[in-house]
Design a protein around this ligand. Sequence first.
Ligand code: GLN
Length: 249
Amino acid sequence: MKHVLCFLAAVFVFFFFSSFCEKNAADVLVVGTNAEFPPFEMRGGADGNEIVGFDIDVARKVAEKSGKRLIVEDMKFDALIPALNAGKVDMVLAGMTVTPERAENVDFSEPYYKVTQIVLLRGSDAGKIKKIDDLKGKKIAVALGTTGDTVASSLTSADGLVRFDSVFEAVMELKNGKVDLVLTDEALGGVLHSKNPDLARVDLPFKDEYYAAAVKKGNKKLLDQINASLEDLKNTGEMDILLERHFSE
Ligand code: GLN
């Protein structure tokens, strides 16, 4: 009898916890990001260690719309799409540019921001780069797996390309004289340029890029919720207010 009771208690505990976990999984929305991309995602907030930024505000809006609690998972940029496809995160908001290669592996929302690549140089080298062709043969630092990486790969040899986990590390290398230039998105590049007066910025006619949120292929329900949230943010003017706030931080 005692054994039967123990068995029943164990069964009860098992079912209680599994339904609890399932309920929790259904109640949360996990966004994957790389918190090294201000002003879209960075560490800050009251304790300086919270992940904040424009993309996080958008993610919060989507969570609100779907009645879920938002969880933010920070990881390396090139780990985001694999995490999405492995089901570790529900969506990615990471200043991610829509590219045909990525669109083969994930579904993208409507675009919400337009950028282009820019070049950062040591101030003492300003004037040395005037056209895209001048980048050929230079030692270029980029963040691994980004569109800056793709553009640089098309312009320089494997030896001339140095990849880092973040653009911040690439800029350190530039300042230390180990590379000739950094190629990065105008959004972050502009912030870095204004914070580092010893750097020069060169704008060249690179292609326009569009940021969008990504979901696992076929996750139409979440994609619709993201698009509806983006639409709301645009229509209410909230999007401009948030962008302005984060860019002036
Ligand atoms: N927009 C660039 C890309 O998608 C860089 C994004 C980032 O570093 N967070 O590759």
